[in-house]
Write a new protein. Structure first.
Length: 245
């Protein structure tokens, strides 16, 4: 069963694609893991409330950031109320408890609208290391960002987001895109991207592809952890995971 058929499946109320062959599907009685290789439901994931459902999705989406290999991730939250989706109402009412469980991640709202909010979730230790890198520091200083502290950097980023009502391309660096690819995109070089895998890749594609693979690897690890243990224990394990991007 492909993703389109899963979405049309009468019992499916929400779908998270894990990889080419595996999905998490929300049905009336809870979350299941679906595997195309096995062609059937492989395991039910026990959840107790909306916060758990929210955490399940956030755990998968933020797994590379929780593990510290991706400094930050953005998630767009809308006012649309649909089971299995993080809505503005759920976020606003439960964000404090959600963030306690997503420790050590922190967040900042980059763009706020009437029906939409763009949230940046970041790993303080990972982001600090990135901003201390000389090449990254030079890049951001050259375009007017302070790098003396995470707080000052994020304030500047939020101001730029407000100015253009969008997230600027340079933010790709803190979102785990290699600097060379961000530069290639911003400088609009004559050469075409050498690959597209999660983002536009410029120059030698191999290092960038390895980074992309490391993100997908840790997301798959998150799903395997969910099968075996509780969401909180899965988050704790990801926090202690050491993987080189």
């Amino acid at each position: 069963m492909n993703l389109k058929k899963l979405m049309q499946h009468k019992k499916a109320k929400g779908v998270i694609k894990i990889d080419a062959d595996t999905w998490m599907v929300l049905e009336s009685k809870g979350w299941y893991i679906w595997s195309r290789k096995k062609g059937r439901k492989t395991q039910k994931i026990q959840l107790t409330n909306k916060t758990d459902t929210t955490l399940l999705k956030l755990l998968y989406l933020l797994a590379p950031t929780l593990a510290g290999i991706k400094p930050a991730s953005t998630i767009s939250i809308t006012s649309e109320e649909r089971e299995g989706r993080l809505s503005l109402i759920t976020w606003k009412s439960g964000k404090h408890s959600i963030m306690q469980r997503l420790h050590p991640l922190r967040y900042i709202s980059l763009i706020k609208g009437e029906n939409r909010e763009l949230i940046l979730f970041y790993n303080p230790e990972s982001l600090k290391r990135l901003l201390e890198r000389e090449d990254v520091k030079r890049f951001f200083n050259r375009i007017g960002y302070p790098t003396d502290s995470i707080s000052n950097f994020l304030k500047a980023l939020r101001e730029r987001c407000k100015l253009i009502n969008s997230i600027p391309p340079e933010s790709g660096v803190i979102l785990g895109i290699p600097l060379k690819d961000v530069l290639g995109y911003m400088e609009q070089q004559q050469t075409k991207p050498t690959a597209i895998k999660g983002w536009r890749i410029y120059g030698n594609p191999q290092p960038s592809l390895e980074v992309y693979k490391s993100y997908k690897k840790i997301q798959r690890k998150a799903i395997e952890l969910i099968k075996l243990t509780s969401i909180d224990q899965a988050i704790d394990t990801l926090n202690r995971t050491k993987i080189s991007a």
